[in-house]
Design a protein. Structure first.
Length: 118
């Protein structure tokens, strides 16, 4: 079995950690307000998505990589409404993340394709 690259492990655990911490922070905020406000539910669902993406990227799931890219693209768009520094930082993160995971998961897919074609 191929060993998972360290960068994928770090990114996955970072998503899990940030997701858990931000979920706990926003869940506390969720209880103090009207529980059916849609913005609070939306924020909690995004935090859960980060946790799920990180966990399944650790397992090597390709769909988790794509969902993580969508999650990061959403944050790039969202940071466009904030400071220019946030936009640049989020854009660099998504670019580096896409390059690294493309190499990692793309190589695995090529190996599997060759294995099943033979």
């Amino acid at each position: 079995m191929n060993k998972r690259p360290l960068s994928v492990t770090i990114i996955s655990w970072l998503f899990i950690g940030v997701g858990v911490i931000s979920f706990a922070y926003h869940f506390n905020e969720f209880r103090t307000r009207d529980p059916f406000q849609y913005d609070a539910v939306w924020v909690l669902l995004l935090r859960l998505m980060a946790i799920v993406c990180g966990a399944f990227m650790l397992r090597g799931s390709n769909w988790a990589r794509w969902l993580t890219m969508v999650w990061m693209a959403y944050h790039v768009i969202l940071s466009g409404f904030h400071s220019q520094q946030e936009l640049v930082i989020h854009s660099l993160h998504i670019f580096c993340f896409a390059l690294r995971l493309r190499c990692t998961f793309g190589a695995r897919e090529r190996v599997l394709r060759r294995k099943y074609q033979a």
